[in-house]
Design a binder for this molecule. Structure first.
Ligand code: SUG
Length: 450
């Protein structure tokens, strides 16, 4: 059997509202608010629990090391870790905020994944995203590579590539700009890469907000994953969606099996796209099903505010489809009406489930941002690192761990506090034991002291 597993990012103890993502309206609007890391992590764990209850396989990706001390040390600060953190904070709280962001929680940006039916060598390929578009996220790639290599260590089944060169020509945002369309999870798919700009085309300039994913990056990922060109498509995000706040394609579009659920403004020419997808899907033996929200009924501004499309479209074990949406999508009238239309209409979506993910949402991260999907055969599933696979008991254990280590209020001023660094490190140290990951973090290796 082949199943789709969801690997959710566990929210780290330094979750804060830095307002650092230009073009991401929620991030900008909530800059400087007090965050609640404890509740953020518990909301994420609750989502994982509910997915298990839906009969799905759920795994977790541990947070990266934040504050990112080895990064700060490269900036000319000297002394022990406590000195370095305080000196950096004195120079610039915003600098420390960049190096403390818990943004790796959004694992849709951890990597692009091509499962074994799609690749020439029959292995599952991962390319960690370099996230060069946003400075606070550009430090994630190397640690994502380390973590993915720990989880998918078995080279007979998995290839974890290095992130693309950290260069704006190759800006890569991972699975948030990648859709897979197929008859079932076990079948060969069309891999649809969605890019926001052509970096090598000097005339391709942003009109308001930047397109983060470049065509060039998508092409490299497709090549190194050894995808069949006939089954690989490169489609452009519309500038109007990007300028309305769709900094990633997954803010206005989600796919699962043969279904593509999207907003009318997501692509410039959705009619042309449908024709292209149909033609490309024919040899693979399926017909893509396009479910589209019309802008006249569900304006793009409401789609961005509610984050309707940043939902998880899931095929349940009984073959039915569920849509997991943020609670915010139930509160916006246009969004709620479209959700109701989806379940009552002539389309494959049977059920909507709303979840409170407000802590992440205030930084522009909905249900789909928080998960990385990987389609695995039973054999491949058995080859991944088993302790990251979630059960109710493991979630209970992680909830206790969060309650022990996490603060319930954090403001930017707290980020320069060496006590927070200590707390974060003891939390992560214990987490590596719970998830049996060994000494994975740098602070565990070099015995750094405060
Ligand atoms: O990259 N927000 C993230 C949200 C990522 C959402 N992911 C997907 N759409 N897949 C981003 O813009 C805000 C951090 C801050 O401002 O503190 C942030 O990084």
């Amino acid at each position: 059997m082949t199943r789709e597993i969801n690997i959710d990012g566990l929210v780290g103890p330094t979750h804060n509202y830095g307002g650092m993502s230009f073009g991401n309206l929620a991030s900008a609007n909530n800059k400087g608010q007090t965050s609640n890391p404890r509740s953020a992590a518990l909301q994420g764990l609750q989502k994982m629990r509910q997915l298990i209850d839906l009969g799905l396989t759920q795994a977790v990706m541990p947070p990266q090391e934040r504050p990112f001390m080895s990064g700060l040390k490269k900036l000319g600060f000297t002394g022990n870790d406590s000195d370095v953190l305080q000196a950096a904070y004195k120079v610039s709280p915003a600098l420390v905020s960049n190096y403390s962001s818990a943004s790796c929680m959004w694992t849709a940006n951890a990597a692009t994944v091509s499962p074994s039916p799609d690749t020439a060598d029959g292995k599952v390929h991962f390319t960690p995203a370099n996230l060069t578009a946003m400075p606070h996220r550009s430090i994630e790639g190397p640690q994502a590579e380390t973590i993915l290599k720990a989880i998918f260590a078995d080279e007979s089944a998995f290839t974890v590539h290095a992130p693309l060169p950290a260069n704006t020509l190759f800006g890569d945002e991972g699975a948030a700009n990648h859709n897979r369309l197929s008859a079932t999870h076990a079948d060969k798919a069309l891999e649809v890469f969605v890019y926001g700009r052509e970096a090598l085309n000097a005339d391709d300039k942003p009109s308001k907000f930047p397109g983060r994913q470049t065509l060039e990056a998508s092409q490299i990922v497709a090549r190194s994953h050894r995808l069949k060109p006939d089954n690989t498509l490169f489609v452009r995000q519309s500038n109007s969606a990007i300028n309305a706040g769709a900094f990633h394609n997954d803010v206005v579009c989600v796919a699962n099996g043969p279904v593509l659920l999207f907003h009318e403004t997501a692509f410039d020419d959705y009619i042309g796209l449908e024709e292209t997808l149909k033609r490309a899907a024919e040899p693979l033996g399926f017909v893509p099903q396009m479910v589209m929200a019309k802008n006249a009924e569900f304006p793009i501004e409401d789609a961005i505010k509610s984050y309707f499309f940043n939902s998880q479209l899931l095929t349940l074990p009984n073959g039915k489809m569920a849509l997991v949406l943020p609670a915010d999508a139930e509160e916006n009238m246009a969004s709620k009406q479209f959700a109701d239309a989806c379940v009552s209409g002539d389309n494959p979506i049977d059920q909507t489930i709303f979840m409170d993910l407000r802590q992440s949402m205030r930084n522009g991260g909905g249900p789909a941002c928080l998960r990385l999907r990987v389609q695995l055969t039973d054999d491949e599933l058995s080859k991944m690192h088993q302790p990251v696979i979630m059960s109710h008991q493991k979630i209970d254990r992680l909830e206790d761990w969060v309650k022990t280590h996490y603060r319930d209020a954090l403001i930017v001023e707290d980020l320069g506090d060496p006590k927070l660094l200590d707390e974060a490190r003891s939390a992560l140290d214990e987490l590596t034991q719970i998830l049996e990951l060994g000494s994975m973090y740098e602070f565990q290796k070099d015995g750094a002291s405060n």
